[in-house]
Design a protein around this ligand. Structure first.
Ligand code: ZN
Length: 338
């Protein structure tokens, strides 16, 4: 068995409901299709680096899916010689086939066991993806030296003042990893959002449960399959190729990165809740102090400091859920790094 045309995306979309696992060889290693959208590639030479690349956790976020599929094709064809362990996950093939963000519930809210409170396709899928990551990180001889990485690649619903940004998982001690930040900078990431609390996202799961360096990476706006200009991801493609081939994390100066800390979470507290922003407002759009950005029959929210910005605004969700984050620019020089 092998992957027809070395096209893992086509194989996945053609088998959205399941696939018989199989093993194959490629120049420089052995591959395992473990399940629909679950591909493990093991290089011939053992490596301490275990890299997870997940894409399509939201089914319609096709750009990163095409990017990573192209990297996989390059490896399977021998154009790129793999030197690290690699797990590629296409998160939500059913939603991808119907060009939807999700079928029943947002998959990227269901990790760290949150799937247990839900039913439907995404709940089962979150459990399966957790298992795939867990198996991947535990399937090594020398666990102590393992470098665990997980980049969960997305595109956003809306535009962004910073086109590409990463979400840094909540770290309790407030210490951020310099090498990872420099890798994100080298990958063309413009800004880093420092999480203020634990979440149930996929990347947070790998960070919290497996102690991986794990990030949600937003790469620009959503487009349908075939309509993505992959040249917009050129820096990321180059840095991922370097990582795949040499096991090296490309490094750039942190001066090109803007860091944002979360100052408040906006919560939809009533059916009357609305945000006083245009529908197409970009992520990281900033406001003047005193601007009433949210209102409902129960509450108002006024911008506290000029320059405070909104990220992930969305009121099309149930009462009690997060309608956006208010973030504030933090100086990279003020962060504690290790
Ligand atoms: Zn997404």
């Amino acid at each position: 068995m092998s992957i027809l045309n070395n096209d893992f995306l086509a194989l996945t979309l053609a088998n959205q409901d399941g696939i018989t696992p199989f093993q194959f060889s490629f120049p420089g290693g052995i591959g395992f299709v473990e399940d629909t959208g679950v591909l493990r590639l093991e290089p011939t030479q053992s490596s301490a680096t275990s890299l997870v690349l997940s894409v399509g956790v939201h089914g319609n976020e096709t750009g990163p899916i095409e990017l990573v599929n192209q990297l996989v094709t390059n490896i399977l064809e021998g154009a790129v010689t793999l030197s690290v362990r690699l797990l590629v996950l296409i998160g939500n093939p059913v939603a991808a086939n119907s060009a939807k963000r999700f079928c029943d519930v947002n998959l990227n809210r269901l990790f760290s066991g949150a799937w247990q409170k839900f039913e439907g396709f995404e709940a089962k899928r979150a459990q399966r993806l957790e298992q795939a990551v867990s198996d991947f990180y535990s399937n090594v001889e020398n666990k102590a030296d393992q470098v665990k990485l997980h980049y969960d690649l997305h595109t956003a619903i809306r535009g962004s003042v910073y086109e590409k940004f990463a979400v840094y998982p909540y770290v309790e001690n407030g210490v951020y990893n310099q090498e990872q930040l420099a890798f994100l900078a080298a990958s063309g990431i413009d800004a880093v959002l420092l999480s203020h609390q634990p979440t149930t996202t996929f990347s947070y799961y790998s960070f919290a449960v497996h102690d991986a360096h794990a990030f949600t990476v937003e790469l620009g706006k959503v487009y349908p399959f075939g309509e993505n200009d992959l040249s917009r991801f050129a820096d990321l493609k180059d840095s991922l190729t370097l990582l795949l081939e040499k096991g090296v994390l490309a490094q750039s100066s942190l001066s090109s990165l803007c860091a944002f800390s979360v100052s408040d979470s906006l919560v939809k507290d009533d059916d009357s809740y609305e945000l006083s922003i245009a529908d197409d407002v970009k992520n990281f759009t900033s406001f003047e102090a005193g601007y009433r950005i949210a209102l409902s029959n129960k509450s108002d929210y006024y911008i506290k400091q000029t320059g405070d910005a909104i990220v992930f605004p969305n009121t099309n969700l149930p009462v009690g859920q997060r309608a956006g984050l208010i973030v504030r620019c933090a100086l990279m020089a003020d962060l504690t790094l290790n």
